[in-house]
Design a protein around this ligand. Sequence first.
Ligand code: HEC
Ligand code: HEC
Length: 470
Amino acid sequence: MRGFKLTLLACFVAALLFSASAQNPQREREGAKKPDTSFSPVVPKEPFAVVMARMKAAKAEIMRRQMQLLNERYDLSKRVSNEVKMTRGKPIPVGPTAKLAAGATWERLAEMSPDEIREKGLFPKGYLPLPHPNHPEGGMTFPDIMIDELEKMGEGRRLERFDLDFDLPDHFLPEFPPAIFLTTRPDLGDVSKGKVVTLDNLYELFDGILNPKQLEGFRLLVTQFPQQQFNVTEDRRTEKPSRGVTCFDCHVNGHTNGTVHLVGDIRPQENRRRIETPSLRGVTIQRLFGSQRALKTVEDFTEFEQRAAYFDGDPVIAMKKGVNILDRGTQVHDMSELQEILDFPPAPKLNLLGRLDPAKATESERRGEALFFGKANCSACHTPPYYTDGLMHDLKVDRFYKPQTINGMLATRQGPIKTFPLRGIKESPPYLHDGRLLTLEDTVEFFNLVLGVKLTAQEKGDLVAFLRAL
Ligand code: HEC
Ligand code: HEC
């Protein structure tokens, strides 16, 4: 009876709010902007049913606006490679996908100075920072493919939010479920058996392969813990109270499914960046963790993810929603040890030094390698064998555009970002910390402008061929 009354109330409020927002869309947008404080409100002013009804009613317009932005920036149609596949067979997407301003060509852009490109507004829009599907709101946003798979596995639609959807088409995402390679058991190849690892199949898949400590770490990595949008309180974003999310809901099988979030360590809201889940493959050879915060160990990041990143870096709200404090000496170490044995996928054309074996490489790949270490200057930051220098660099992409607000996100100076490794790079589109570059061709066009190296069309093709071999 009480539930029925609540539903009635919700419908009534929804109708009311929907008509109000339809009459005054401007006010609706302003209302969505968060105030410029560092803190989230602890006690919401409205009941859950009212908030949910309003957000559900606003969802279609929010997603329309985001898809319009994506279509303005990119050609989202499905173009994929016939030859180059990810480990389990998904073809890699082919670009460039970024749209050019009317009359512009890649060649002409490369002839212009950053000042000229900025003043004329010619920087491809797809190379500007990419906003979250609903930037003023933010939070973890999972692709449908993940939500649907968990439902098939009997977990319900537990990763579905009522207020927004994921925005990028599947063909720009990593293959799903992704393969798992272990540094400790390279003899086994892919140990995923084509499944998404969850609590239900963990033991059957890994008993006898992992040691008990790693198994326990893995168990914690696939166990749900409360998070900002996924919890039991009235300011959650799931219809039913949620037990939370698991680490591998995003870093699925230790790789990534492309789930996005807003970075926790920037305020105010409009300055926060969309961040795309990085792969944990090869995390062991890295020295900095997080695109900007650069924590120094996997242990630190593991602890930090659950205590801070899950709650937007706000310990006040974390207490309210049920932060789970991991024990450093056991749980954090177990979880980290499992992550530290996740390997990059095999790269059969590379030798011991991470360089091409000339006997196995094509001519185009060999030319691409020479460019990477020569004219294109990529190796200044991406050093072999894993193609990262373990440092951060400010690419000063903001030389190419004027500060501007895009769907509630302020595109301004970005500062230093860590040099992501390029080993296995063809398996983790989209690219950059926010996923704004949808294909490897886009990364080459982007760096051609950012570095001013003036590559010819053939040289760009060769460089892409080399990246595909890494
Ligand atoms: C939204 C889905 C999501 C969940 C859930 C999640 N992560 Fe992450 N993870 C990310 C994102 C996004 C980043 C990049 C953060 C940044 O750039 O600052 C990241 C970064 C990391 C990194 C650093 C990787 C690197 O290359 O710098 C580690 C390690 C990590 N996560 C481990 C974990 C662990 C352990 C858990 C569970 C406690 C977890 N993650 C839960 C999305 C997620
Ligand atoms: C000055 C240092 C520097 C140079 C030179 C450089 N990069 Fe990078 N690269 C970076 C940084 C920093 C990032 C991460 C940027 C971000 O996420 O916003 C990156 C990211 C990338 C990525 C995406 C990685 C991912 O996981 O999303 C690719 C691909 C890439 N670089 C290719 C190249 C190529 C090809 C060249 C040469 C044409 C090149 N880079 C030159 C520093 C550099």
